[in-house]
Write a protein that binds this ligand. Structure first.
Ligand code: PAF
Length: 284
């Protein structure tokens, strides 16, 4: 595995591979890698000849009261893990490489509408930060294909829209969510939970499964959402949302629409840890 710490290093490593016609796959990450990230690498490997992963904790996607400072940073373990999971090139840019005019002074990419709801409404500016850094990384890596986890469902929709809108010639693949044995979606933030909280956090996936089953049984959406929020409350969560939305654009479901077109989404906090998860009603 080659490690590149600047855009110039990265260009020097990738240019000859591109001249040979190699297809480049890309997995952007914020590090603290786990089995979920490694599953993205395996998918990239299946769709490309060269797999590039980036590790960059992007300051612009964290709000002022969020966990940027304490976000887990494990560079040695990440490098070892990536090398052991088929990564060919590790890109480790510095803040100045991606934000030469500072986080405030740099150009921004903003994807409207889809970012107005759910995470976008609760975390103002978050998706501007995500879209901006992903656009910058795409410009530097110039991948043919990029893989994003479906756990961040709204993020995946934002990236797909950005790619289409700005005309990036990049195939975007959404990867299945990797779960712990109790159903908890793998996330770097899970390590903020103590053992008892981690066990109880399996309730999120159980609630999503119940939402899916209930809506397929024909139950009213508002009742299904209320029931999920109540279940989560009993498990000790403060619920930001437990909702059923159109899977394509996260709009409110039409009264006469098909449940097959919906996605169930939950964001809930246990203590100071905020977790998100989702389940497509029709996973196909
Ligand atoms: O999903 C993530 O880890 C981040 O949002 C991403 C896509 C790497 C951008 O910083």
């Amino acid at each position: 595995m080659r490690t590149c710490v600047s855009p110039a290093d990265l260009r020097a490593v990738l240019a000859p591979l591109r001249r040979e016609g190699r297809r480049v796959g890309f997995v952007p990450t914020m590090g603290n890698l786990h089995a979920g990230h490694y599953s993205l690498l395996a998918i990239a490997r299946a769709h490309a000849d060269v797999v590039v992963a980036s590790v960059f904790v992007n300051p612009t996607q964290f709000g002022p009261n969020e966990d940027f400072a304490r976000y887990p940073r494990t560079p040695e373990a990440d490098a070892t893990g990536l090398a052991g999971h088929g990564c060919d090139v590790l890109f480790l840019p510095g803040v100045d490489d991606l934000y030469p005019f500072g986080a405030q002074g740099s150009a921004k990419v903003s994807v409207p509408e889809i970012t107005d709801v759910l995470e976008g409404a609760i975390r103002p500016g978050h998706f501007d930060g995500v879209a901006t850094v992903v656009a910058k990384l795409f410009n530097l890596v110039q991948p043919d294909v990029a893989v994003f986890g479906r756990k961040d469902y709204q993020q995946l929709l934002v990236i797909r829209r950005m790619v289409r809108d700005l005309g990036y010639p990049i195939e975007i693949i959404g990867a299945p969510i990797v779960r712990e044995s109790n159903g908890l979606a793998m996330s770097s933030r899970n390590q903020y939970l103590d053992a008892a909280q981690r066990e109880r956090a399996g309730t999120i996936h159980a609630a999503l499964e119940r939402m899916r089953a209930a809506v397929l049984e024909g139950r009213a959406i508002a009742d299904v959402e209320t029931e999920a929020a109540t279940t989560l409350g009993h498990a000790g969560f403060v619920v930001d949302y437990a909702t059923l939305r159109n899977a394509g654009d996260l709009g409110e479901p039409a009264a006469d629409g098909s449940p097959q077109d919906l996605v169930a989404l939950i964001a809930a906090r246990m203590g100071t840890t905020r977790l998100i998860d989702n389940l497509l009603v029709n996973p196909a």
